[in-house]
Design a protein around this ligand. Structure first.
Ligand code: OGA
Ligand code: NI
Length: 391
C-alpha cells in the first residue's frame, strides 16, 4: 500500500503520477472528457485508495433523521416576532452546525434553475470552445475553468470540473469575459446573490447582538469567489471523491445545488448527508466569519462524495475578496463589541489574502488526510485552518 505522495511514494510511481496528472491537465478536457470518451473505470489519478488508509476519517451517519437546520425567511420583513424567531434559528444553526438550508430566500426558482442549466450548458458544450477558458491563473483572470484547482499538488484528483468566477463591488463581471453559454444568467444570479448576502448579514449581525448593518459595513457582502462545480456521473464512485474534506475560507458561502446529492457536513464527528431541497439554498459559515465572531460561529468541514448518477451541479458563492488590492486593504479580527474579560480575543487580525488557500495545498482538500491538522481535529468538527492565526 502506498502512502501519500510525495513522502513514502517510490520515485517511479511519483513520476508516473505526475505524468498522468500533467497529461490530463494538458488535455484541457476535464473529467467530462473522460466520460465523453466512455471510460468504464476511473484512471488511477483519481483513485484515492492509492494512499494509505486515512487515520482519522469519520463514519457516515446512519440516522437519516439528523439533518442540517432548515430556515424559512418568509415574512421576516413584515413581522417583527417572526424576524426575531428567524434570528434565533440562524444563531443556533451557525453555532451548532455552521450550516443551514434556506427556503423563501427571495430568489425566484426560475433563476436558480437557469443558473444550474447555464453551468450544465458550459460543461456540455463543444470541447474546443470550453478549452479556451481552461487556465490555472487565479491571480490574473476573473473567469477560470479547470479540473481540480490543486491537481498537481493533491494526493489524488477528484471527479469534478469547475468554472470559477470572481466578482464584487469594485470588480463587476465583464460580460465579454463570461462564456456565452451562461453569460446572462451569471450576471443575473450574481446580482441576486449579492442582494441576498446583504439580507443574511443583517440577520447574522443581529444574531451576534450587533447592529443590523455591522457585517455589511465591514465589507462582508462586497466580493464573491464563486466555483461552479460539475460532477459527471462516476463509474466507480467508491474509489474516488467529488470534493475532499475542507472548510470554506470566506465569511459565508451561499451554495446552490441540483437534486443529485452527495454533499456531506461533518457534525459531531459524523458525516451528515445534506439532502437536496427543491428551491433551497445552503448557507454555511466560513473561516473568516468564525475568526471575527471569535469562535461563536463555526466553519464546518464538508465534502462531496462521487455518485454513479449525475451530473451533479453546484454553485458555491464564497463571500470574500480574492485579489490585490481588495484582499489586503482591510484587517479582520475578532469583533471588539463581542469581546470582554470572559471572552478575550482568540485570534489576531488578518488580511483576507492570508487565508486564501488556493495556491497552498497544505491547507486545502488534499492535505487533510495525513497532516497534523487531521490529528488535531480528530475530536471536533471545527476547521483548524484557523490555528495559525491564534493569539
Ligand atoms: C465548495 C463546496 C460543495 C458542493 O466549493 O467549497 O463546498 O456542493 N462545494 O459542490
Ligand atoms: Ni466548500
Amino acid at each position: 500500500m502506498l502512502s501519500t505522495r510525495p513522502g513514502g511514494i517510490q520515485a517511479e510511481e511519483l513520476d508516473n503520477w505526475k505524468n498522468e496528472a500533467k497529461a490530463f491537465d494538458e488535455s484541457k478536457s476535464g473529467v467530462q472528457g473522460l466520460v465523453d470518451a466512455g471510460v468504464s473505470k476511473i484512471p488511477s489519478l483519481f483513485n484515492h485508495h492509492r494512499q494509505s488508509k486515512k487515520p482519522h476519517d469519520f463514519p457516515i451517519s446512519t440516522d437519516s433523521n439528523i439533518e442540517i437546520p432548515l430556515i424559512d425567511f418568509d415574512g421576516i420583513d413584515k413581522c417583527e416576532s417572526l424576524r426575531t424567531k428567524v434570528i434565533d434559528q440562524v444563531r443556533n444553526a451557525c453555532e451548532k452546525w455552521g450550516f443551514f438550508q434556506l427556503i423563501n430566500h427571495g430568489i425566484p426558482a426560475s433563476v436558480l434553475e437557469e443558473m444550474i442549466n447555464g453551468i450544465r450548458r458550459f460543461n456540455e458544450q463543444d470541447l474546443e470552445v470550453k478549452k479556451q477558458y481552461y487556465t490555472r491563473e487565479y491571480n490574473m483572470k476573473n473567469v477560470i475553468y479547470n479540473s481540480n484547482y490543486n491537481l498537481l499538488e493533491a494526493p489524488a484528483a477528484c471527479w469534478r470540473d469547475t468554472l470559477t468566477f470572481i466578482t464584487g463591488v469594485h470588480r463587476p463581471l465583464q460580460p465579454e469575459e463570461l462564456p456565452a453559454t451562461c453569460r446572462e444568467i451569471m450576471v443575473k444570479y450574481t446580482n441576486e446573490i449579492m442582494k441576498l448576502g446583504k439580507t443574511i448579514y443583517k440577520l447574522l449581525s443581529e444574531a451576534l447582538g450587533l447592529n443590523p448593518d455591522y457585517l455589511n459595513d465591514i465589507g462582508c457582502a462586497d466580493y464573491i469567489f464563486a466555483p461552479c462545480h460539475y460532477y459527471p456521473p462516476c463509474p466507480e464512485p467508491l474509489l474516488t471523491m467529488g470534493l475532499l474534506k475542507h472548510a470554506d475560507s470566506g465569511f459565508i458561502t451561499i451554495l446552490l445545488q441540483n437534486q443529485i446529492g452527495g454533499l456531506q457536513v461533518l457534525h459531531q464527528n459524523q458525516w451528515i448527508d445534506v439532502k437536496p431541497v427543491i428551491g433551497a439554498l445552503i448557507v454555511n459559515v466560513g473561516d473568516i466569519l468564525q475568526l471575527i465572531s471569535n469562535d461563536k460561529f463555526i466553519s464546518a468541514y464538508h465534502r462531496v462524495v462521487a455518485n454513479t448518477e449525475g451530473p451533479r451541479v453546484s454553485v458555491a458563492c464564497i463571500f470574500r475578496s480574492h485579489r490585490h488590492p481588495e484582499n489586503s486593504s482591510r484587517l479582520y479580527g475578532p469583533i471588539k463589541e463581542l469581546l470582554s474579560e470572559e471572552n478575550p480575543p482568540i485570534y489576531r487580525e488578518i488580511f483576507v489574502k492570508e487565508i486564501i488557500k488556493h495556491k497552498d495545498p497544505e491547507k486545502t482538500e488534499g492535505a487533510s488526510s495525513q497532516s497534523s491538522r487531521a490529528a488535531s481535529q480528530s475530536s471536533t468538527q471545527l476547521s483548524s485552518a484557523l490555528q495559525k492565526f491564534k493569539l
